[in-house]
Design a protein around this ligand. Structure first.
Ligand SMILES: Cc1cc2nc3c(=O)[nH]c(=O)nc-3n(C[C@H](O)[C@H](O)[C@H](O)COP(=O)(O)OP(=O)(O)OC[C@H]3O[C@@H](n4cnc5c(N)ncnc54)[C@H](O)[C@@H]3O)c2cc1C
Length: 460
């Protein structure tokens, strides 16, 4: 065998499994294959001046490379079983929390120590939500911020580069089962290992499907979350974000009894494009660095949809809606809430008069031509519900960017060790459909690494 363990994908799942393996057994031969670039070479060409929209680079600097999709994220590590994945269903609630805390300790040691941990515990805000038909989910969140997150990743790479063999700009095309292990094929060469950990995230979702087909690993469809990103003046939400930073608030709509939830809050942050498999959706960032803070806060409002029979392709549904917005807007569309309510498009003229200055150069348009009525109705109801706990959210000049879509990989059938039906082949992180967040993906990496370490020590 060329290696003891091959890891596919250098996102948080892959990084933390590599870290745990080599820090506990420096003799192990571990290789990480990554489609994207090394961290410092990851640069999105969109500069807002010469290049305003996604030009579909061969590998997306935002989604691929060391750090994975999380590299330029806001670096919010939520410690909770209430959202961010269903890891606890496989490994137990206490274990999941213990591993998320362990990851937090490492992040602090590698540069995140000065950042703040927020918590919903004992917050008076919980009662206020209840009084207004909203539910605040329990969590602690370490907010690294995009800048510190980048530093932590850089330090982790320095720690690992001499202990792990990294193959950047190297896509794994195929995996084959061989006697006592696995052979992974890249465009130029094949490599063998006793264990293989697949951690390809959302960007690797289509490829993951082919692996499951090739190796006859059962899967089931997952949900898709569809909605918009809301941008408001920070002052409107400061009383919430100052105390909790990231609050996950759920609202059950009166009309359809659908759940609409807030997602990924970025106080004083910016709205950004995100490219998933060639379609452009919207997301958000914020920075710890005071000089990079903006006057605006953004967060997503999402509605979950899960299709099973006869149509199973929940992600395909989300993609079609996004394609429609990309077709109409050439990328992301932005609309004033007041224009949406009046049934008219936002145009350049109306946007120019808007008191909320957009932080993303998106195309002014009409989201009602893109989002299904049921989803849009839910979002509008939720905006009015939020307005009761943070007056001003439902102002005419509140900006809505669309489409925000959270794609979830299909769920790969795994046992309690996150192992497929093939011994020694593990699937972790967002690529497994089990996790949807930095903390859960990282924790799943540590969990599998420890399992492999235990197996190896039992053999020796
Ligand atoms: C803009 C943005 C902001 C976000 N903010 C947050 C946040 O604040 N908090 C939070 O909890 N989550 C956030 N997320 C989600 C979070 O980034 C993911 O949940 C997390 O990165 C998942 O980790 P992962 O290791 O499973 O996958 P990923 O991070 O997606 O990493 C997978 C890696 O595998 C590589 N890969 C894929 N296929 C192959 C292949 N065939 N061969 C080789 N390499 C391959 C990819 O290039 C990628 O680098 C954000 C995501 C985005 C895009």
């Amino acid at each position: 065998m060329n290696y003891d363990v091959i890891i596919i994908g250098a996102g948080p799942g892959g990084i933390y499994s590599a870290y745990e393996l080599v820090m506990n057994n420096p003799e192990l031969r571990v290789a990480v294959f990554e489609t994207g670039h090394v961290l410092e070479k990851r640069k999105c060409p969109i500069d807002g001046v010469n290049i305003k929209n996604c030009i579909n680079c061969p590998t997306c600097a935002i989604m691929n490379g060391f750090g994975g999709a999380g590299a330029f994220s806001d670096g919010k590590y939520n410690i909770t079983n209430d959202f961010g994945g269903t890891l606890h269903e496989y490994i137990g609630r206490d274990k999941a929390i213990e591993l998320m805390k362990y990851v937090d300790e490492i992040n602090c040691r590698f540069g995140g120590g000065q950042t703040r941990m927020y918590s919903t515990a004992g917050s008076s805000f919980k009662k206020k939500c209840m009084q207004n038909k909203l539910t605040l989910l329990d969590a602690s969140v370490r907010h690294l911020g995009t800048d510190i997150n980048y530093i932590v990743l850089g330090n982790l790479y320095k720690e690992l580069e001499d202990r792990v063999t990294f193959y950047f700009d190297t896509t794994v095309e195929r995996i084959e089962r061989i006697d006592d292990g696995y052979k992974v094929y890249t465009a130029v060469q094949a490599y063998t290992a006793s264990y293989c950990i697949i951690s390809v995230g959302r960007s690797g979702s289509k490829w993951m499907e082919t692996v499951c087909e090739d190796l006859a690993i059962p899967t089931q469809s997952n949900r898709v979350d569809i909605g918009v990103r809301v941008e408001i003046p920070s002052v409107i939400f400061d009383h919430i974000t100052d105390e909790l930073y990231e609050s996950k608030i759920v609202y059950r709509t009166e009309k359809f009894e659908d759940s609409v939830r807030t997602f990924c809050m970025n106080p004083h942050g910016i709205v950004v494009n995100e490219n998933t498999n060639g379609i452009v959706t919207v997301n958000g960032h914020s920075f710890e660095d005071e000089s990079r803070k903006t006057e605006n806060t953004n967060f997503a409002l999402l509605v979950s949809k899960h299709f099973s029979e006869p149509f199973k392709d929940s992600n395909g549904y989300g993609e079609s809606i996004t394609r429609l917005s990309n077709m109409l807007g050439g990328g992301v569309i932005v609309q004033r809430f007041g224009d949406l309510e009046r049934g008219r498009r936002t145009n350049e003229k109306r946007l120019a008069k808007c008191t909320v200055i957009p932080t993303l150069a998106a195309t002014p348009g009409d989201l009602s031509l893109v989002l299904p009525k049921r989803i849009l109705d839910g979002i509008i109801e939720m905006i009015y519900a939020l307005d009761r706990i943070a007056p001003g959210v439902a102002n005419d000049d509140t900006l809505l960017y669309g489409v925000e879509v959270k794609f979830y990989n299909m769920e790969v059938r795994l046992n309690r060790n996150l192992e497929t039906r093939h011994k020694g082949l593990f699937v972790i992180g967002d690529g497994s459909g089990v996790t949807h967040s930095l903390s859960h993906a990282s924790a799943s990496g540590v969990y599998v690494a420890r399992h492999i370490l235990n197996e190896l020590s039992a053999v020796m």
